[in-house]
Design a binder for this molecule. Structure first.
Ligand code: FMN
Length: 287
């Protein structure tokens, strides 16, 4: 279907560079109604923890000018349920499944890695090192790059050598390059530059700001990380909504991108980006 080039990012082979960002494609079934999840570069699951998490109280999402603030609170069904029901369905659809993980301790990260690493159909593990409010959400606080590195090392140690481990760092200009370097040194195969930025809900609860509002910041972070680490496999995320946005991130040094908030406005966005990139590639190939 697509004339857009297949890529490899840190050993993760993708038919195209458009991935679904963690937490923004539901279980995959919700998105699949609007286009086959198997046609996308990869599907990143919401962050999965060892035990199920109920998430925060509502409202959990509010609109802001040019974006959203979410306080979902890492709601997820827990590892057992994910492995029994969500993963097999995604694999059956031919999706390249990257499982995002979050934990309360290094031991939990190791357990997630051990069990996911031997589960058929897991194409990669993405370590969520950029939760907008780790302390409030009750997960390990990895704001300091050396803490994040311990988590990456704990995950890396417990998965097969050839399974890609992606480190998802915050688009924080002051720390992004340092965070990316530390994660790679600790064994990450690739770095995702971009997560919702720490923000507040109107009632003052901590949340994460995402969407077009953060795109210029995320783009700058990708460019700075790429300049500091020219050989690092980078995936960009933050407010991507059309093919021009994708091109900007690729030009800044990313090899692939993740699309999140745009899917909540229009669930066909990721499929449309793949088609738009493919049609541009085809046009350019014509004499
Ligand atoms: C409703 C919602 C839920 C999210 N859940 C997660 C999550 O579970 N784990 C994670 O790493 N990122 C999560 N994110 C962050 C996105 O994956 C993405 O990194 C971020 O929103 C920036 O991209 P965007 O501007 O395209 O949304 C969530 C974002 C939103 C809007």
């Amino acid at each position: 279907m697509s004339a857009v080039a297949a890529i490899d990012v840190g050993g993760l082979a993708l038919p195209n560079p458009v991935m679904v960002a963690s937490g923004c494609g539901g279980t995959g079934r919700e998105l699949h109604v609007f286009g086959p999840v198997g046609d996308l570069g990869a599907f990143v699951t919401r962050s999965i923890s060892v035990a199920a998490r109920a998430g925060g109280p509502s409202p959990r999402i509010v609109e802001t000018p040019s974006g959203l603030v979410n306080a979902i609170g890492l709601q997820n069904p827990g590892l057992d349920h994910f492995l029994a029901t969500e993963l097999p369905w995604l694999v059956q659809q031919g999706a390249r499944v990257v499982v995002s993980v979050v934990g309360r301790s290094l031991g939990e990260y190791a357990e997630l890695a051990r069990r996911l690493g031997r589960s058929p159909g897991v194409a990669g593990i993405e370590v969520n090192l950029s939760v907008p409010d780790a302390v409030g959400f009750g997960v390990l606080d990895v704001r300091e790059p050396f803490h994040a590195a311990s988590v990456v090392a704990a995950v890396r140690r417990d998965v097969p050598r050839d399974l890609p481990v992606l480190a998802k760092v915050r688009p924080d200009l002051a720390r992004a390059a340092e965070s990316a370097r530390t994660a790679l040194d600790a064994g990450a195969s690739a770095v995702v530059v971009g997560n919702a930025l720490p923000a507040a809900m109107p009632d003052g609860r901590p949340g994460g700001l995402s969407g077009p509002a953060i795109r210029p910041l995320a783009l700058r972070c990708v460019a700075e990380v790429a300049a500091a680490l020219p050989d690092a496999p980078l995936i960009g995320a933050g407010g991507i909504a059309d093919a021009d946005d994708v091109r900007s991130f690729l030009a800044a040094g990313a090899v692939a991108v993740q699309v999140g908030t745009a899917l909540l406005h229009d669930p066909t966005t990721a499929a449309r980006l793949v088609a738009d990139l493919a049609s541009t590639a085809t046009t350019q190939e014509q004499p």
